[in-house]
Every structure is written in C-alpha cells, then in structure tokens.
Design a binder for this molecule. Structure first.
Ligand code: MN
Length: 491
C-alpha cells in the first residue's frame, strides 16, 4: 500500500537523505512529530537530548546532534550512572533537529505510539566519533560526564559511563533481606512509634531500575513473572531507581486482603493461566518502606525519613498503593480499627530506627488479631462419606531440633477445588514411611498417606495445646514463598 506524499513532507527544505528512514515511518498528517527543516547553529556546541518514551515498552531515546541531524539510540534502561554496568543502546534512524524539543503524544496505531517527554537536554563535547565508537562528554542537568557508545552487532550498541559514578552515588544492591517484626504487645505509650496495619499477603522486595521491575520473596524466590501487575510500578517510577519493601495482597470486594485468594496465584507457572488470573484475581502491591532511591541507599535513615521519601513517590495506582502510617494515635485505637475491619493486626515501628536487613531486633513489633502458623505437610488422610478417596485432612509438622515434629491435622478451611489441587500436589510426593520424627497414634498411622515433607502451608488456629498440637486449626493456603526447612513454631 502506498501513501500519497504529504504536502509538508515534500515542501520540507531539508531534503537530507539522512532523514529518509525517519520520514518513511511517519505520516505528518497523523503524528505531531516534526518533519525536519532546521539547520544547526554555527559555532555553538552540539546539543543532546534524552526523551522518556512511554511506548509499548518504556525506553529512553538518546539523541546527539551531528551533521545536521539527531543521531539516535533507544536505551531500554536509560542512561547508566554506574560505571560498572553497560546499558543496551539500540541504534535507530536519524531524527530531525527539531525533534530535540519535541514532547507530546504519538497517536495510537502510529510508529512509536505513546507519550514522549524530555528527560534531560544540554550540549556535549565530542572526544571521538568513528563508525562504531563514539565518546562524548555530556553537559546536562541529570546527564553529566563522559560516555562511550560502542557497536556490538548491527543496530546493537552499548553505552558505558567512563567517568566514576556521580559523587555519593551508591550502586543498587542485588538483594536486601527484609527487616522482620518481633511478635509482641502494644508499647505503653505511642510516643516514638508509628502504626501500620498488617497486610495479609506475601512479603515482597521490589527492585525497580530503568522502568524494569524485579520482585523477590523473603527467601529470594522470584515473583516477577507470577505477578505481572508489578510492572505498573516501573511505568510509574520511570527512570527513578528504587527498592521498595511491601506486601503483595489480593483484596476482596470489601478491600480486605485475602490470603487464600492470593495463595492460589503463588504456585502457578503457566503464562496463560497467569494472564487469566491477573484478570480474575488481580493482586496489588502495598509499599510500606523505601530502601534505595536514585543512587542512594536509605537504610541508615530513620523510619520517618524513609517514609517521607516513600510518600513523595505518590505510589497510588490501580495495582499499587502506599498504605497509611499512623502516628500520634493510641495503639489500642489502631488495633481496634484493625479488628473491626477484619485485618490481620498491626505492625508498630520505631520512628527513629534505621532499616536493619534480615534482622528481628524489636524496632518493629507485630500484634496479631488471630494466630497463624506455617506448617509442613507430611501426609494426608482420606475423607469420610462423600469425600472417601479424596482429601479429608492434612497431617502437619514444624521443624524442631530433632526433625519434623507432628503438630496435628487440619480438616477445615478448604474448598472442594483446593482439596483437589492439594491432592494433585501431594500425589507425586508419596512415600511409605512417616516423615515425622515424633510418633503418631496407631489410628493416624494406619490411615495416613505419607508424603515427602516439601510443601508448606499456613493455618489459623486458637492456641497450642499442652502436648504441642494446634487447637482448632483451619487451612489458609499454600506458602510457596517459604521453604520447608524454615518452618518452625512461631513465638
Ligand atoms: Mn522512542
């Protein structure tokens, strides 16, 4: 199909053959982007621009004025600030000089559809300009210093910072272990403490770099593909690199987190099923702490300061939010609100305390409205009557010094679908002997189908009995974010 040439394109005084590829991709009647015509100012240093482009995939367009055009690359992760990491730079067609001031929306259906805004602009010095290797010194607001662009393969180039990282720049850590809360009681006075509601979901550390998101559980299992919703956070933060601590939750129709609903999404690996579940059972990320922001570690800052920076990110979207931090209110009142709303409890945080990765040092205290316990499934028994042959109850254990200790069985809290799913998970783990280090009753032993103790779940329960069994346990869901070795009796 051929398009009639547009009047603006043919009239353009810039007949530069360098812009042919640019013009071939765009119809000036349909896109607000400039079509060329300007020439460079004599004598001045050449200009550069970096445009943040929210297209199908977020990227940053890096353009250097050279020989009457903007020589251009698309940087999927933006300009590197850290000299130890190279970023990919995809060489794209030369753009007209006027593109350097372009900001706006490219309509749906057109090439590069999405929104364009200027991330930084300035001038640059050229140290080297050869085919396949360019060294420049950028003089911008955000982009400053010596960079090399080198070609690795066709349109594939890399961009590397040759100067040391900007002053006080700290590289983003690969992982930070989450800080943990001690089980305890409300402090005597609310002075010096902040209260947050305890969200019943899966703890997650979310790493955002160059608009890309990576999420890890407490024991560093990846949640990135399990919860595609998390990508929205990257689009929101754009070029701001950040590490967020928070909880992935599935909200019921009253806005209450439901762990059972969320846990259904945890063990899914099929892309198609994940997509279906993202629509039927959407999850949200509740960010409650900020540990790194744009080249700076925030771990040493007090809670109040980290919280202020977190709130400055305005994380409130369809799939992410910043839940409240409550100060100057009696803890008993906050706990009562949590009870009335059916929330799991409250977490109380010392306002002047730094973030202590992986530690449970009393600077964070949790007070729960109901007790929960993680458990390892060591076997199962069949149901009676209608449930004969299918799952009736699960035999549960927790790790202790002498191995997996039996703590009782749970037979309630499952839907028919959950019973089926659990049985399918347990069948391949069948073994003849009991995995428990402690003896079961003769009746339990006779009826049990034992399994290799690998699957972790969570129950809600009333209390521990004197012989270390769970009283009135009810099934809450699987915990694929925990390994069977870590499951111990909670204090
Ligand atoms: Mn672009």
């Amino acid at each position: 199909m051929t398009r009639a040439p547009s009047p603006r394109a043919t009239r353009s005084p810039s007949a530069s053959p360098k812009l042919q590829a640019y013009k071939a991709k765009r119809d000036p009647a349909k896109t607000p982007e400039p079509m060329g015509g300007s020439t460079a100012k004599e004598g001045a240093l050449p200009s550069f621009v970096i445009q943040e482009h929210h297209a199908r995939a977020l990227h940053w367009d890096f353009r250097l004025e050279h020989d009457g055009v903007l020589v251009s690359w698309a940087l999927p992760k933006g300009l590197p600030m850290d000299p130890s990491t190279n970023h990919l730079a995809v060489h794209v067609e030369d753009h007209p000089l006027e593109y350097g001031t372009f900001e706006g929306d490219i309509p749906k259906g057109e090439y590069g559809a999405g929104s364009v805004s200027i991330w930084d602009q300035g001038t640059y010095d050229t140290e080297k300009w050869r085919s396949g290797e360019i060294i420049v010194v950028l003089h911008g607001q955000r982009a400053q210093g010596r960079y090399v662009l080198f070609q690795t393969d066709d349109s594939k180039w890399m961009i590397h910072r040759m100067d040391p990282a900007p002053k006080n720049f700290e590289a983003m850590p690969d992982t930070i272990k989450p800080m943990l809360a001690e089980a305890g009681a409300l402090p005597a006075s609310e002075r010096g403490w902040a209260y947050e509601f305890k969200w019943d979901g899966v703890r997650a550390m979310v790493y955002v770099d160059g608009g890309r998101v990576r999420a890890l559980t407490r024991n560093e299992l990846s949640l990135t593909t399990t919860f595609p919703e998390l990508r929205d956070i990257g689009l929101h933060l754009g070029s701001r690199s950040a590490i967020l601590d928070g909880e992935i939750v599935a909200l019921d129709k009253d806005g209450r987190p439901n762990f059972g609903t969320l846990s259904k999404r945890l063990h899914v690996t099929s892309k198609t099923v994940i997509e279906q579940l993202t629509r039927s059972t959407p999850a949200s990320f509740f960010a409650f702490d900020l540990l790194y922001l744009e080249g700076r570690s925030l771990l040493r800052l007090p809670y109040d300061e980290r919280r202020r920076l977190l709130e400055s990110l305005t994380l409130n979207g369809e799939t992410f939010a910043t839940p409240p931090s409550i100060t100057n209110t009696a803890g008993s009142k906050v706990l009562r609100i949590a009870q009335e709303r059916g929330l799991e409890g409250v977490v109380i945080k010392r306002r002047n305390a730094p973030y202590s990765p992986g530690q449970r040092n009393g600077d964070w205290i949790k007070v729960k409205n109901f007790r929960t316990q993680e458990v390892v499934i060591g076997g199962w028994t069949e149901g009676n009557g209608e449930r004969e042959g299918s799952l009736g109850a699960l035999l549960l254990g927790v790790q202790a010094d002498d191995g997996l200790v039996y703590v009782g069985k749970v037979g309630t809290g499952f839907s028919a679908a959950t019973r089926k799913e659990l049985l399918a998970l347990l069948a391949p783990l069948a073994r003849k002997t009991s995995p428990f280090a402690t003896p079961l009753t003769r009746a339990e032993t006779t009826l049990a189908h034992f399994v290799r103790p690998q699957i972790v779940g969570e129950v809600r329960f009333a209390e521990w009995t004197h012989d270390n069994h769970l009283r009135q346990p009810s099934w809450r869901g699987l915990r694929t974010d925990k390994s069977a070795k870590e499951v111990v009796r909670e204090p």
